[in-house]
Design a protein around this ligand. Structure first.
Ligand code: MG
Length: 251
C-alpha cells in the first residue's frame, strides 16, 4: 500500500494511492478500524500533507561512513540520536523557510521509518513488525548554527526543517534502496541504504529500549555524504527508490 495524507474540505484525511488516483479512507492506517470509503480523487487535484503528524521525529546522525568522513568524525560506536519537534514537519511542495539567523542551510536526504504501532523494548528480530512503512525525509539543517549550540536542537529544529513524503509505502525493502538528492536538477548525494552503519531493525530496537515509539512517529535514518548549502529560490528534490520524489523550494 501507498498511503497519503491529504487536505479535504479543510481537514486532514488519509488515502491510498492507486492508478493515478487517491482512494479516501475513514480513519487512519494506524487504526484497527480503518476502512476504505470508495471515494476517489485525482492525484493532481490532491493537496498532499506530510504523511504523518508525528509526535516525535527521532533522527540518527552520522549513520553513513562517507558522511562521518566529510566532517572528519570517527564512525560512531552507538547511534548518534537527536529529536526534531512536531512543528518542524513540512508537506511535499511546501516552502522550506530560510531562517534569518542562518547563513548556511543544508539539505540531508534520508530514509524515514514510520512506526505503525506502539513499540517498547522490542527485539531486533521483531522490529519490522512495528513499521507501517517508509517515506522520504529531508533533515534540513542550519549548518552554521550546529557547532554553536553544543547540541543540534536549534540547528535542526526550525519550522519546516522536516519535509516528509510524498507517501508512506510498505512495499519497499529498507536494506537496499538507492537514495539521491538534487538541487536545481544537479545531483548532490547518491548512495544506497545498504550503506547504513546501524540498520533499521537495530535502530527500532535500540530506540524502543529508551523511549516508547508511538504510531506515526518517525525514525530518520541519517544522510549519506555530499551535503552542501542551498539558497533562497532553490528547488531541492530527494528521491528514494520506490518512494517517489520529495520536492520543496527554499522560501
Ligand atoms: Mg541528518
Amino acid at each position: 500500500m501507498k498511503y497519503v495524507r491529504v487536505e479535504m474540505d479543510g481537514r486532514a484525511c488519509y488515502g491510498v494511492m492507486a492508478d493515478g488516483c487517491i482512494e479516501i479512507m475513514e480513519g487512519t492506517p494506524f487504526d484497527e478500524g480503518m476502512r476504505m470509503t470508495g471515494m476517489k480523487i485525482e492525484m493532481e487535484d490532491a493537496r498532499l500533507l506530510a504523511p504523518t503528524p508525528f509526535s516525535k521525529a527521532v533522527c540518527i546522525g552520522l549513520n553513513y561512513r562517507d558522511h562521518a568522513k566529510e566532517f572528519g568524525l570517527p564512525i560512531p560506536q552507538a547511534p548518534v540520536v537527536f529529536l526534531k519537534p512536531s512543528t518542524s514537519a513540512a508537506a511535499p511542495g511546501e516552502d522550506i523557510i530560510y531562517p534569518a539567523m542562518c547563513h548556511r542551510l543544508d539539505y540531508e536526504a534520508e530514509l524515514a521509518v514510520v512506526i505503525g504501532r506502539r513499540a517498547k523494548d522490542v527485539a531486533e528480530k521483531d522490529a519490522l513488525n512495528y513499521v507501517l512503512g517508509y517515506t522520504i525525509a529531508n533533515d534540513v539543517t542550519a549548518r552554521d548554527l550546529q557547532p554553536k549550540n553544543g547540541q543540534w536542537t536549534i540547528a535542526k529544529g526550525f519550522d519546516t526543517f522536516m519535509p516528509l513524503g510524498p507517501f508512506i509505502s510498505d512495499e519497499v525493502d529498507p536494506r537496499n534502496l538507492m537514495i539521491t538528492s538534487r538541487v536545481n536538477g544537479e545531483t548532490k548525494q547518491l548512495s544506497n541504504t545498504s550503506n547504513l552503519i546501524f540498520p533499521v531493525p537495530y535502530l527500532i530496537s535500540y530506540l524502543s529500549h529508551v523511549m516508547t515509539l508511538l504510531p506515526g512517529d518517525v525514525i530518520s535514518t541519517g544522510t549519506p555524504g555530499g551535503i552542501s548549502g542551498m539558497q533562497r529560490g532553490d528547488i531541492v528534490e530527494i528521491e528514494i527508490e520506490g518512494l517517489g520524489v520529495l520536492r520543496n523550494r527554499i522560501g
